[in-house]
Design a protein around this ligand. Structure first.
Ligand code: PEP
Length: 252
C-alpha cells in the first residue's frame, strides 16, 4: 500500500493566537481527507495552544537544540517540544543552516536528540542556486544527506527528508518536474545506502514555493511523498488547496 502523502506547513516566525483559527480550519478539513497526513509547525509560542486546538493534524517544532536543558538562552529542546505537545520537529531548514551557521553534524545531532525525545523528524536538505549552476546540486544534497540524517536504530521509521532547493524557497520559482524527479531518486538512493530496505520507506517531501497551482504536478512526481510548505501554509484556504491536491492524486 502506498504511504499517505504528508503535507506539512512551516509557519516560520509568523503567527500569534489569531492563527489558531487557521489551525482549526485545517484540522476540520483534514478530518475529511484521511488519505493525506497533515501537520503544521507553528512558532514555539503556539505549539501548546495549537495542540489543544486541533484533533487530527500533527503539530511540530521548526528546530530544536541538541541538549535537553541548560544555559542556552533563547533555545528550545526536543524534550520541551515533546512536553508542549509536538509530534515532530523540522531540523536543518536552510534558514537555520544559513542564518545560524548550522553544519550537517549539528543537524544530525539535533535529529538524533529529537528522536530520543520521542519526536519524528523532518531533515531538510537542498542546494543553493550557485551550487545548481555549477552542476553540483546532486553532490551537495547527497553530502547533506550523508552528514545530516540520524543513524540511531529505527531512525528511518520516524524520519522524513525534505528536499528544498534554497533558490526556490519563498521565491515563486520551482525546479522542473524532471529535476525534482532526478533529485528525489538520488535522495532515495542515498537513504537506501544508509538504512538498507528501511530507506525505501522514508518519505521524501518537496519544498520550495509549493502552491495550489503547482501542487498536483509536483506531488505526482515519482518519489515525492509530500510537501513542506512555507508561505502558502499561512492561510487555511491556500494550505488546504495543496492538501486537496494531494487527496485528489490519491483518488486517481
Ligand atoms: C520553506 O521555507 O520550507 C518553504 C518551502 O517556503 P515556501 O513554501 O514559502 O517557499
Amino acid at each position: 500500500m502506498k504511504a499517505q502523502r504528508y503535507i506539512v506547513g512551516n509557519w516560520k516566525m509568523n503567527g500569534t493566537r489569531a492563527m489558531l483559527n487557521e489551525a482549526r480550519a485545517i484540522d476540520r478539513a483534514a478530518a475529511r481527507l484521511p488519505k493525506v497526513q497533515v501537520a503544521v509547525a507553528p512558532p514555539g509560542t503556539l505549539i501548546f495552544r495549537t495542540r489543544d486546538a486541533v484533533e487530527i493534524i500533527g503539530v511540530g517544532g521548526q528546530d530544536c537544540h541538541v541538549e535537553e536543558s541548560g544555559a542556552f538562552t533563547g533555545d528550545i529542546s526536543a524534550a520541551m517540544l515533546k512536553d508542549a505537545g509536538a509530534d515532530f520537529t523540522i531540523v536543518g531548514h536552510s534558514e537555520r543552516r544559513a542564518l545560524h551557521a548550522e553544519s550537517d553534524a549539528v543537524v544530525k545531532a539535533k535529529a538524533e536528540t529529537a528522536l530520543a525525545a520521542g519526536l519524528s523528524v523532518i531533515v531538510c536538505v537542498g542546494e543553493t542556486e550557485a551550487q545548481r549552476d555549477a552542476g553540483k546540486a546532486e553532490a551537495v544534497v547527497a553530502a547533506q544527506i550523508e552528514g545530516s540524517v540520524p543513524r540511531s536504530e529505527a531512525a528511518a521509521e520516524k524520519l522524513s527528508v525534505a528536499y528544498e532547493p534554497v533558490w526556490a524557497i519563498g521565491t515563486g520559482r520551482v525546479p522542473s518536474t524532471d529535476d525534482v524527479a532526478k533529485m528525489h531518486a538520488k535522495i532515495r538512493e542515498s537513504l537506501v545506502g544508509i538504512y538498507g530496505d528501511a530507506g525505501a520507506a522514508v518519505r521524501i517531501l518537496y519544498g520550495g514555493s509549493v502552491k495550489a497551482e503547482n501542487a498536483a504536478e509536483l506531488l505526482a512526481v515519482d518519489e515525492v511523498g509530500g510537501a513542506l510548505v512555507g508561505g502558502a501554509s499561512l492561510s487555511a484556504e491556500s494550505f488546504l488547496a495543496i492538501v486537496g491536491a494531494a487527496a485528489s492524486l490519491d483518488e486517481s
